[in-house]
Ligand binder design. Sequence first.
Ligand SMILES: Nc1ncnc2c1ncn2[C@@H]1O[C@H](COP(=O)(O)OP(=O)(O)OP(=O)(O)O)[C@@H](O)[C@H]1O
Length: 252
Amino acid sequence: MTVLELQEVTKVFSGRKGAQVRALDRVSFCIEEGESVGLIGSSGSGKSTVANAVCRFIDVTSGRILLRGCDITEARGKALRQVYKEVQMVFQSPRSSFDPRRTLGDGVGECLKNGGVGKAERRERVRALLERCGLPAAAADWYPHEVSGGQCQRAAIARALAAQPRLLVCDEATSALDVMAQRQILELLLELKAEGRLQLLFITHNLAVAQQCCDRLIVMDKGRIVEEGRMDDVVCRPQSEYTRRLIEAVLY
Ligand SMILES: Nc1ncnc2c1ncn2[C@@H]1O[C@H](COP(=O)(O)OP(=O)(O)OP(=O)(O)O)[C@@H](O)[C@H]1O
């Protein structure tokens, strides 16, 4: 079953003085059930624009985005709420997922509250989600500024998981963390994936990071996909000069 499919997605931004930026140029790819796909490319290649389009934070200029066969390209209102039951996102800066005046537990439980889950059950589910993500249940009462970046990212993942999504879009989710925390978050994502149901779209400029958690790799340059394949094939036998340079940048 195909979980996510992009068909010829193009996004043109209108910049200053009428200048147009073609951030995505006929981008097509699929994520199949059980897969985690890495999206790499240098700064400005269009990675975040893909994430923002898939999560419907922006409208695309042309093309189609299908979620389990259902066209979500223009989903709004009720249809969009349905999309967020299936797609969740984890950002580079975990604190941006939380309201600084509210506890992590409030943040993690928000979608449960919106879904009509009562207070007592919500409390239990939030604590279980935090524990699943390697935090103590007591973290439900902590505020975002009281925890480390790594702990806050765990809470952000717990918040995303509360919706029981099928697709987790991670946009540079480990980039702001130190190496230890980065490793722990990658391990957590791998565990969650191994438990089934969850597919990952893992966006990073760091090939070494993508190698640890992705089965397949898509390489982007200037808004286009320049290479796509199984992780080992792309890394061992890169077809494009651009990919070769990205790989060299990791090795040396
Ligand atoms: N809201 C916007 N308005 C105008 N141009 C934009 C907007 N968002 C992105 N762009 C442009 O689209 C192109 C792709 O940007 P995008 O952020 O998707 O790249 P990226 O690969 O995620 O880069 P990075 O690794 O630096 O985050 C860039 O040229 C960027 O300047």
